[in-house]
Ligand binder design. Structure first.
Ligand code: PGA
Length: 247
């Protein structure tokens, strides 16, 4: 019913030479795969990656989008600009942006709206910190983060992708167990079900130290429909193996 989606989040890494080398290695990806593959390079390299992607059948994504439409917002990149470069997906509300750029739930909801308005699918990230998990607040945190996006986007909510990324698992090598991840994914699915009758078609990705060793078990869970992959997406062989685990 839902085909898997694997999104590579390159974060603030790479240069023109290393991007070209990484993408050249990904040409070996099975052309008959059923999963969708999205590459999210830094904004500065969208043009370069756009030119190299089609031959692999991958699609272009971005790591962030402005909450504003256009105008005097120095340094910002609008949703329309992303679309101009052929961007089909955009990550919003990544925990690194919530932390280092003080992005609030409301701002994330606004960015989601901007992306949807131009036909780009937002990949909305939610996730608790270790302190929140220890305090028994994991469920409450992710529900609050998703509720803000549901509230601001009404019936369009069925057009988003959700990514559950426990903050304590990002870049740490400490992955959530498949059971822990599934528990949160089921909770998020139930929250979406209350908001839209299309929830069963929506994809909920897992992110946080996903790698070739743990991907198959995570992806086997009922409500895990793909991955948002940071570190392992920068290593061609690892990323290819994630893509094949996703079908
Ligand atoms: P990671 O990053 O795979 O390196 O943990 C995931 C992410 O931040 O999206």
């Amino acid at each position: 019913m839902r085909n898997n989606l694997i999104a590579a989040n390159w974060k603030m890494n790479g240069d023109t030479a290393s991007n070209a080398a990484l993408l050249a290695g990904l040409r070996l990806a099975n052309p008959n795969r059923s999963c969708e593959v999205v590459i999210c390079p830094p904004a500065a390299y969208l043009g370069q990656v756009q030119a190299l992607l089609p031959e692999m059948g991958f699609v272009l994504g971005a790591q962030d989008v402005s909450a504003f439409e256009s105008g005097a917002y120095t340094g910002e990149v609008s949703a329309a600009m992303l679309r101009d470069f052929g961007v089909r997906y955009v990550i919003v509300g990544h925990s690194e942006r919530r932390k280092h750029h003080a992005e609030s739930d409301e701002l994330v909801a606004q960015k989601t709206k901007r992306a949807l308005a131009v036909g780009i699918t937002p990949i909305v990230c939610v996730g608790e910190t270790w302190a929140e998990r220890e305090a028994g607040l994991a469920e409450q945190t992710v529900k609050r983060q998703l509720a803000a996006v549901i509230h601001a986007n009404g019936h369009c909510i069925s057009e988003i992708v959700v990514a559950y990324e426990p903050v304590w698992a990002i870049g740490t090598g400490q992955t959530a167990t498949p059971e822990v991840a599934q528990q949160v994914h089921a909770l998020l699915r139930a929250q979406l079900r209350a908001a839209t009758e299309r929830s069963d078609r929506m994809r909920i990705l897992y992110g946080g130290s996903m790698n070739p060793g743990n991907a198959a078990q995570l992806l086997a869970q009922e409500d895990i429909d793909g991955g948002l992959v940071g570190g392992a997406s920068l290593k061609g062989a690892d990323f290819l193996s994630l893509v094949s685990a996703a079908g």
